[in-house]
Design a protein around this ligand. Structure first.
Ligand code: GLN
Length: 281
């Protein structure tokens, strides 16, 4: 057939076209091609000389165009691995970042293996943080909130898929749906990017409400720092992810709000990323 194209030629051309859109053009090309022919990635490099039919090439070109236009791989595949869990994601949810695993690490270090502690995750999105904590600490009970019903629908499906039952999902703005309750640990990866940050140009596919938080990126952190005090147990801890240049500002916000023992820990790239605070009475 005249328009039959070999896998290696297709991958080479696609890798070149992905150069400007991706940090891992070859890998993305392999993964997209594997999807188009419904085979594992290992198949595409073991069969470099195989010729593809036109339908497969068309399927591949369709997803390639989305990737070149800047759509994250996770939205094209509909999934993203986080904390060794295969999570479903959608454009209603932020794509979980490896850097957020440090927040999970800090959280589980504070949740007992032997006692039933209550944990609150604010703005859960795909449920990544909440599900990781619930899975690592089966005796705990995690309440996860989000303003987006579409995001929560994804999170609920993730919980079902992973068979995690010590978790509930409630819809509402930040702490509004849990008023009057008490939690031993509160965690959040809120939006924290400043509205004029040039980095936003590369994040056009993800929900703006999950990324941007006012002129300095700290509007939601200010809100949470105050509101979380209403539902935190005595000696309870708050853990917040934030931008690597925001550690000092976040520390100030937490201290002014009345939190004690404010500390910041670094992420996998060595950048300040998660601040903790305790409620002392
Ligand atoms: N860490 C994300 C980024 O910079 C932002 C996530 C967030 O605002 N919570 O892409």
């Amino acid at each position: 057939m005249s328009d039959a194209i070999r896998i290696d030629a297709l991958l080479k051309a696609a890798t070149n076209r992905l150069e400007s859109a991706s940090d891992s053009p070859r890998l993305d090309a392999e993964l997209l091609l594997a999807r188009a022919i419904d085979m594992p990635r290992s198949y595409v490099f073991a069969h470099a000389d195989e010729e593809l039919d036109e339908q497969a090439v068309q399927r591949f070109n369709a997803t390639l165009a989305r990737r070149i236009a800047g759509e994250p791989m996770a939205y094209i595949s509909g999934e993203k691995e986080f904390w060794s869990m295969q999570l479903m994601v959608s454009p209603a949810t932020l794509v979980p970042r490896p850097d957020t695993e440090i927040l999970v690490e800090q959280a589980i270090a504070r949740v007992s293996r032997r006692a039933a502690m209550s944990v609150l995750d604010l703005g859960t999105g795909s449920g990544a943080i909440a599900l990781a904590i619930a899975r690592e600490r089966p005796l705990s009970f995690v309440t996860a909130t989000d303003i987006s019903a579409d995001a929560l629908a994804i999170a609920v499906q993730n919980a079902r898929q992973l068979d995690i039952a010590n978790i509930e999902f409630v819809q509402g703005t930040w702490l509004e749906p849990v008023a009057g309750r008490r939690f031993d640990l509160i965690v959040s990866n809120p939006p924290y990017i400043a509205e004029d940050d040039p980095a936003l140009a590369a994040l056009t596919c993800e929900p703006r409400s999950a990324l941007v938080s006012g002129p300095d990126g700290l509007d939601d952190i200010r809100l949470i720092a105050t509101a979380a005090l209403e539902v935190i147990a005595e000696d309870g801890v708050l853990l917040l992810e934030h931008g690597f240049e925001q550690a000092e500002a976040v520390a100030k916000i937490l201290q002014l709000a009345g939190w004690s023992d404010v500390h910041c820990v670094k992420d996998l790239s060595g950048l300040p990323r998660v601040s903790s605070a305790r409620r002392r009475t």
